[in-house]
Design a protein around this ligand. Structure first.
Ligand code: PLP
Length: 417
C-alpha cells in the first residue's frame, strides 16, 4: 500500500488504520487464485487485483486527480512509491497492472493514446537501427516510423508478413526490431505470429505486436513469443468511443525498466480520468466482444450473399486464407470486418445512407462504426501504394457494435441496394 500522508506529515487516520489491517480478504483470496492460474480470462477482466481501492475499500479504483504527492522525507533515506504523476499515479498503476496481468507480461504502461504507446516503444531503439514492419501496418504507426523516427535515423522496411520468410529475407546487420499486427488493418490479413516471432527471437530482435484488434481476451502475443504488446485502448479496451488512450506490456521486468524510462521522460502519459475510463471499459470487454463477434460473423456471412459486394474480409469466414492460422493463435475472429463493393459509388452511397453504423474513424465502441480507409486510416499513403495493397475506393471497413444483428443487416441492406 502506498503511503498517503496528510499535510502535517502524519498518515491520514483511515489509511493509518488500514495499513495495520491485513489487506481486504477478498483481495488476498483473488491474488492467490490468480497466482495459481486458476481463473479464466473472463473472470480476470473483473478480478485482477484492482477490484477494491486499497485505501478505502471502495469497489473499484479511485480517480487520483493529482499532479504531485507529499514528500515525506527530504533526506533521501525513505523512498515512496508516488512522487509526481508523470512518473506514476495510483489510478494509472491500477490500469498498468491490469493490462500486464491480462496480457501475461511482467510490466504494463499506460499512455495518452495508442500512438503515444507505439511512439514510446519505438523510442527504445537508437539512431541507425533498422525495424521491419508489415506493409499493411496501421497508418499512424507507419507515419511515425517513416517520418518522425526516420529523421532520427531509424531505418524502416515494410514487408508482407503473411509469409514469415519475407521477414527473414529483410533482416540486415543493423536490424533491431520486428513490428507485427494480426489481423491487419483494413484487410484483416493474418500473420503467423508464432512463426514470425520465432524468427525475431533467433535473430535477437525486439519483437512488438499491436494487439488492438484482438485484445488479450482473444489473443495473447506474449504467449506466442512477443517481447512487447501495444494497444490503442481507445478501441475495444475502452470500448465506448469516449476516450483516447494507449497501453504497452513488456514480457520481462528488465524491458519494462527501459520502457518506464521512456514513459517517464517522454511523458506521453494519460490523465487519471481517462485511465479510469479504460479500467471501467475493460470490465465489460468479455460481454461486448462476445456479442460483437457473434454479430460480426452473421454480418460477414450475409455480406457474402449480397449482389453488390465482391469481397468480404473476415477471419471467421472459412474461405479466409488466414482462417486456420488465426484459429491457432487466437480464440475468436473478433468484431472487425471489411468488404468491397462493385463500384466506388456504391461504397460512397453506403456511407451516406447507413443509419445505425456511424460513418467515422475508430473502432471497438458500443456503436457500429463504418470507416473509409482511403480517406481515413490510409489517407497519407500514396494512391498507387494503396492500390497495390488492395486498399481501394470500394473498400468499406466495419467495426461491429452492440446493435442487434438483424437491425444492422437491414440497415446495411438498404444502404447497399
Ligand atoms: C487506432 C489504432 C492505433 C492508434 O491508436 P490511437 O489511440 O488512435 O492513438 C494503433 N493501432 C491500431 C491497430 C489502431 O486501430
Amino acid at each position: 500500500m502506498g503511503g498517503f500522508y496528510t499535510a502535517s506529515g502524519r498518515p491520514g487516520k483511515l489509511i493509518f488504520l488500514l495499513s495495520f489491517l491485513p489487506p481486504f480478504p477478498i483481495l488476498s483470496i483473488l491474488y492467490t487464485r490468480l497466482n495459481g492460474g486458476i481463473m479464466n480470462k473472463g473472470s480476470l477482466l473483473i478480478h485482477n487485483g484492482h477490484e477494491l481501492d486499497p485505501a478505502t475499500g471502495a469497489l473499484g479504483v479511485t480517480v487520483y486527480q493529482t499532479s504531485t504527492f507529499y514528500r515525506k522525507d527530504m533526506t533521501g533515506k525513505q523512498t515512496q512509491e508516488f512522487d509526481y504523476s508523470r512518473g506514476g499515479n495510483p489510478t494509472r498503476k491500477a490500469l498498468e497492472e491490469t493490462i500486464a496481468i491480462l496480457e501475461g507480461g511482467a510490466k504494463g504502461y499506460a499512455f495518452g493514446s495508442g500512438m503515444a504507446a507505439i511512439s514510446s516503444v519505438i523510442g527504445l531503439l537508437a539512431t541507425g537501427d533498422h525495424i521491419i514492419a508489415p506493409q499493411d501496418i496501421y497508418g499512424g504507426s507507419w507515419v511515425i516510423m517513416d517520418t518522425f523516427y526516420k529523421r532520427w535515423g531509424l531505418e524502416l522496411t515494410l514487408v508482407d508478413t503473411a509469409d514469415p520468410e519475407n521477414i527473414r529475407k529483410a533482416i540486415k546487420p543493423n536490424t533491431k526490431a520486428l513490428y507485427l499486427e494480426s489481423p491487419s488493418n483494413p484487410l484483416l490479413k493474418i500473420t503467423d505470429l508464432k512463426a514470425c516471432l520465432g524468427i525475431a527471437r533467433e535473430a535477437g530482435l525486439l519483437s512488438i505486436v499491436d494487439n488492438t484488434f484482438m485484445t488479450p481476451y482473444l489473443q495473447r502475443p506474449i504467449e506466442l513469443g512477443a517481447d512487447v504488446v501495444v494497444h490503442s485502448a481507445t478501441k475495444f479496451l475502452g470500448g465506448h468511443s469516449d476516450v483516447i488512450s494507449g497501453l504497452a506490456v513488456t514480457k520481462t521486468a528488465e524491458l519494462g525498466q527501459r520502457l518506464y524510462a521512456v514513459q517517464n521522460s517522454f511523458g506521453a502519459v494519460p490523465g487519471p480520468w481517462d485511465t479510469w475510463l479504460v479500467i471501467r471499459g475493460i470490465k465489460t470487454l468479455k460481454v461486448r466482444l462476445e456479442t460483437q463477434q457473434a454479430t460480426a460473423k452473421r454480418v460477414a456471412e450475409w455480406l457474402l450473399t449480397h449482389k453488390n459486394v465482391t469481397n468480404v474480409y473476415y477471419p471467421g469466414l472459412e474461405n479466409h486464407p488466414g482462417a486456420e492460422v488465426h484459429r491457432s493463435q487466437s480464440s475468436g475472429p473478433g468484431a472487425m470486418l471489411s468488404f468491397k463493393t462493385k463500384t466506388t459509388e456504391q461504397a460512397l452511397n453506403f456511407y451516406s445512407r447507413i443509419k445505425l453504423a456511424a460513418a467515422a474513424p475508430s473502432l471497438g465502441g458500443v456503436e457500429s462504426i463504418a470507416s473509409y480507409p482511403v480517406k481515413m486510416s490510409h489517407v497519407a499513403m500514396a494512391p498507387a501504394e494503396r492500390e497495390r495493397l488492395g486498399i481501394t475506393d470500394t473498400l468499406v471497413r466495419i467495426a461491429i457494435g452492440l446493435e442487434d444483428a438483424d437491425d444492422l443487416i437491414a440497415d446495411f441492406d438498404q444502404a447497399l441496394s
